[in-house]
Design a protein around this ligand. Structure first.
Ligand code: 5BU
Length: 453
């Protein structure tokens, strides 16, 4: 079996712990948020997890296994399957009819039952479950917990005489993530502060206004984009991920009045023809006053990027006001995008992306003195002298089946201080495309105004 640390890093990729600013049920602000339910969606991880939990335990002591509902139910089930210790199920509420049972399954009074819990915080929900299990005449001596949030729960249960076995503590995982450069020193400090019982304060920085950004950012394309946003009261960039010229032009015509820019993936247009695709697109862009952003995500050495930018059938250099590029080729590689504004990929919106804190830090070092870079695509706040573009915005979906993860316009303006939202399927898949563009335009602008005030 892989090491416990490697196991944790695999599991972490499922999004079980998030760092940022979260308001807990109690109203307390926390710098992290734990939800272990996604573990059940990866059978291999769930199986490994159950083996790790079983390894810690004196298995001969137990006649039964019971998970605290709901998150620990699949864990308890997997442990039962691996150990052949029978499972019982505790209901959250007693059945309102029939037997009114709280515990389901086959058991006898006097048997010893192992309790399984995903996360222990104050220990309150575990104590309730223990009470209910003991009321059925069962004994509880041991509790096994995947993650200890270190907020007193473990100690409380131990004082009452229970053996508490925990696989990970939050300090341990923070240490692992720090070593893996997934967390910055500031984040670690805030988490430790929180764990030491201090009320943590989050710096309340207001989002910088477009007028202010206009003063701070020199790039001519950034200026044009900001001026367009202010004139049209729109920070919306519509992503035209359609596959024919006709669809692209129709889409541009309909959303044109409501957007600051149109984002293309020009290489997905099946019937691309420079004269029939690009020339009319340029006309529509100038008629409705929006910019063109080609989301090419260049990622090669400078010479190749320069060729890809200017030549081939797409001749991106002729028409794109902005292009996206990875910083992976180093700063010199970014020098060939002559008049276009470069938007560097700092962080991606998809699940499991490699763009962790360390990647982002290194990317920043590369782009910081690069005059052609006008901004970044990212899912986190960035410095004020760059524009922040955030894709992964959708009002009615949480994600797709291919790893995309969505936030609302309100979330990204308030928490990330985004400057421009990028919306694809939320608009081009809508029944009424113009109405959808208007909705995102309005919500984006209102969210911007709320974030600056
Ligand atoms: P959607 O339909 O709103 O999910 O489309 C999002 C668009 O933004 C799509 O064209 C992606 O290629 C693009 N995108 C993204 O979604 N996430 C990223 O991190 C980057 C680009 Br970079």
């Amino acid at each position: 079996m892989e090491t416990k640390r490697a196991f944790f890093l695999e599991a972490y990729k499922l999004g079980i712990i998030k760092f940022g600013r979260f308001t807990l049920k109690s109203g307390i602000e926390s710098p992290f948020y734990v939800d272990l339910r996604p573990l059940a969606s990866d059978p291999k991880i769930l199986k490994h997890l159950s083996n790790y939990l079983l390894e810690m335990l004196p298995l001969d002591n137990f006649d039964l296994i019971c998970g605290v509902p709901y998150a620990a139910l699949p864990m308890a089930t997997a442990m039962s399957l691996e150990s052949y210790i029978p499972l019982i199920i505790k209901r959250k509420e007693a059945k309102a009819y029939g037997t009114k049972k709280l515990i389901e399954g086959i058991f006898q009074k006097g048997q010893n039952c192992l309790l399984v819990e995903d996360v222990i915080t104050s220990g309150k929900s575990l104590l309730e479950t223990i009470d209910e299990v003991e009321n059925e005449g069962l004994n509880v001596s041991d509790i096994v917990v995947v993650l200890d949030r270190q907020q007193g729960g473990r100690e409380k249960l131990q004082e009452k005489g229970y053996n508490v076995h925990t696989l990970f503590t939050i300090s341990e995982v923070v240490e692992i993530l720090k070593e893996e450069k997934q967390l910055t020193d500031d984040e670690v400090e805030r988490i430790n502060d929180f764990l030491n019982g201090n009320t943590v304060t989050f710096e309340e920085k207001k989002k910088v206004r477009y007028e202010e950004k206009l003063k701070n950012i020199d790039h001519p394309v950034a200026t044009k984009l900001l001026e367009t946003a202010l004139q049209k009261r729109s920070n919306l960039i519509a992503s035209a991920d359609v596959i024919t010229t006709q669809e692209l032009l129709d889409f541009a015509e309909v959303v044109g009045p409501h957007i600051a820019a149109l984002k293309t993936h020009i290489d997905i247009i099946s019937d691309f023809d420079y004269d029939k695709t690009i020339i009319p697109l340029i006309d529509i862009a100038s008629k409705h006053n929006f910019l063109l952003m080609e989301d090419r995500k260049f990622g090669d050495i400078g010479n190749t990027q320069e060729l890809q930018f200017s030549h081939g059938v797409y001749k991106i250099a002729n028409w794109a006001d902005m292009v996206t590029a990875h910083a992976i080729g180093g700063s010199k590689a970014l020098e060939g995008f002559h008049n276009a504004g470069i938007i560097t990929i700092l962080g991606m919106s998809s699940q499991g992306t490699l763009t962790d804190a360390h990647y982002r830090e290194e990317t920043m070092k590369i782009i910081i003195n690069e005059p052609n870079v006008m901004g970044c695509v990212a899912q986190n706040q960035i410095q004020d002298d760059l524009l922040l573009f955030t894709p992964g915005v959708n009002i009615s979906a949480e994600g797709d089946s291919k790893g995309q993860q969505y936030n609302t316009p309100e979330h990204v303006f308030k928490n990330l201080h985004t400057d421009f939202i990028i919306v694809g399927r939320g608009i081009y898949k809508a029944d009424d495309i113009e109405q959808a563009a208007l909705t995102y335009k309005t919500r984006g602008w209102q969210a911007y105004e709320a974030a600056i005030s």
